[in-house]
Design a binder for this molecule. Structure first.
Ligand code: SAH
Ligand code: SF4
Ligand code: F3S
Length: 456
């Protein structure tokens, strides 16, 4: 039988990356083989992101290009999944009539049936965008038995612990595209982690839009479990080398979670803690529910508990009403915290969000100019932070070990390049590397040769 080919292009966050993996696993059961380009695929799925206006525009321009490919190969099927699919629904069909199917964020598990119906000619267009509070993740045991072949990155995995978000930050489309917050049962999470580790996975990242509120809304466990408690349970899975999580709203960061750092050996000393602005007035307008002072207290508690912790953040530049003084407060926060790295974005209006209705939008040119100033300062701080590592010997988990220069990552999430070891190694192996060069985006070093090896 001629097997069908599938190409998935993923945009946006790790939640979408995880969903794309699941789609690939699900469709592998029906004989779909993943290929690395739309030109070779019978089915092309764009797994889309709607977080900023630009992300959405990208999807529509790519769909425009796919129209030409479909004219040459009319049998090809094109689908849209993810947050733009959820948000725009059937409007995508009218704008892009060559699209065959649209699946929302909670409906990816329908894909096998959707494709079957299209194949049988039962329908020409399929739409599945229901969004309700039900937990959409099916028994993963079923998914795990149909894993796609191990890829070279097969040493780390994401494990979803919750879906949706209830926070309604005033600028954010996620509660509208991912639905209400629901936590996944502890037992399911633990079982998935145990299975993955038994298959040789070394690093797990727990995923949710606001992991700090795990178990607080719709607790699915009989006894509500806090995120810190869940973290302790996952960290205790034998054989798990590194544990990370993303993302956290600072308002829900508990003392119990702070205590996990420095206590759990395999919990990586790296914390992505999006702050969004350094101005209390703007934070209030954003509906973030914390002040700069409260945020700084949490940062101090984390650093006290775990001095080597590397902090990263997200920043929105040019939120409606942001004055030069508000922006200067953001720069001041950056100088105070001295993040190891940050993701900064120009504000853009999104459908259904409250800030879209706010007046005094900041001009595009002002946003660009402020973003450049912010990123200039961050680059300088990142370089100085990286230079702090010069001369240190750090544990690096190998990510690629093919050419003469290998690449790996520290527990603090820094990329390190280093000359190949004498012995072959696999991705997921850990080596001791001495850092001897620091750039603003990565480090370079040399493997520390253990004494025993020098002797012979
Ligand atoms: N759950 C995370 C954020 C996920 S969205 C949290 O609560 O922090 C990823 C990032 O996109 C956000 O942190 C924010 O910095 C940015 N973002 C979200 N909406 C945006 C918008 N309308 N314009 C610009 N950036 C936005
Ligand atoms: Fe969006 Fe706020 Fe939820 Fe993060 S916490 S996903 S920024 S609404
Ligand atoms: Fe984008 Fe949706 Fe993630 S909007 S950031 S793909 S939750």
């Amino acid at each position: 039988m001629h097997s069908k080919t599938l190409y998935i292009k993923t945009f946006g966050c790790q939640m979408n990356e995880r969903d794309s993996e699941i789609i690939e696993q699900l469709l592998a059961q029906d004989g779909y083989l993943a290929v690395d380009g739309a030109d070779k695929a019978d089915v092309v799925i764009l797994n889309t992101c709607s977080i900023r206006a630009k992300a959405e525009q990208k999807v529509f321009s790519l769909l425009g290009q796919l129209r030409e490919q479909k004219q040459l190969r009319p049998g090809m099927r094109i689908g849209v999944a993810g947050c733009v699919a959820q948000q725009e629904g059937e409007k995508i069909f009218s704008r892009m009539p060559h699209v065959d199917f649209i699946v929302g964020t909670q409906q990816i598990y329908q894909l096998p049936e959707i494709l079957q119906r299209l194949d049988q000619g039962a329908t020409s267009h399929e739409l599945a965008t229901d969004l309700d509070a039900a937990f959409a993740i099916p028994p993963f045991q079923q998914l795990l038995t149909h894993q796609p072949p191990a890829n070279p990155e097969g040493f780390r995995r994401f494990v979803t612990i919750m879906q949706g978000c209830n926070n309604y930050c005033s600028y954010c489309v996620v509660p509208h595209t991912r639905g209400r917050e629901v936590s996944r049962p502890v037992a399911d999470i633990l079982e998935e982690v145990e299975i993955l580790v038994s298959q040789g996975i070394k690093e797990i990242t727990l995923l949710g839009q606001n992991v700090n509120s795990y178990g607080m809304t719709n607790p699915v466990a009989e006894t509500p479990t806090s995120f810190a408690r869940l973290l302790r349970l996952v960290a205790a899975v034998p054989g798990l080398k590194r544990l990370r999580f993303t993302t956290s709203n600072p308002k829900d960061l508990s003392a119990e979670l702070v205590a996990c750092f420095g206590e759990l050996d395999n919990l990586c000393p790296h914390f992505h803690l999006p702050v969004q602005s350094g101005s209390n007035r703007i934070l209030r307008l954003m509906n973030r529910k914390y002040t700069v002072e409260e945020y700084l207290e949490k940062v101090a508690a984390l650093r006290e508990r775990c001095p080597q912790i590397a902090l990263a953040t997200d920043m929105i530049i040019g939120f409606p009403g942001e004055s030069e003084a508000d922006f200067e407060a953001t720069m001041e926060l950056l100088r105070t915290v001295r993040y190891h790295g940050s993701f900064s974005f120009k504000y853009s209006d999104r459908p259904h969000v409250r800030s879209a209705e706010f007046s005094d939008k900041v001009e595009e040119s002002v946003k660009s100019e402020r973003l450049a100033r912010f990123q200039g300062l961050q680059d300088q701080i990142s370089l100085e932070r990286n230079q702090e590592q010069l001369g240190q010997e750090v544990e690096v988990m190998v990510e690629s070990a093919q050419s003469e220069m290998w690449k790996g990552r520290t527990t603090t999430n820094h990329i390190v390049h280093f000359p190949a070891a004498a012995q072959p190694h696999q991705p997921g192996d850990c080596l001791l590397v001495r850092i001897d060069h620091a750039g603003k985006h990565s480090l370079r070093g040399n493997i520390v040769v253990p004494e025993a090896e020098i002797d012979h």
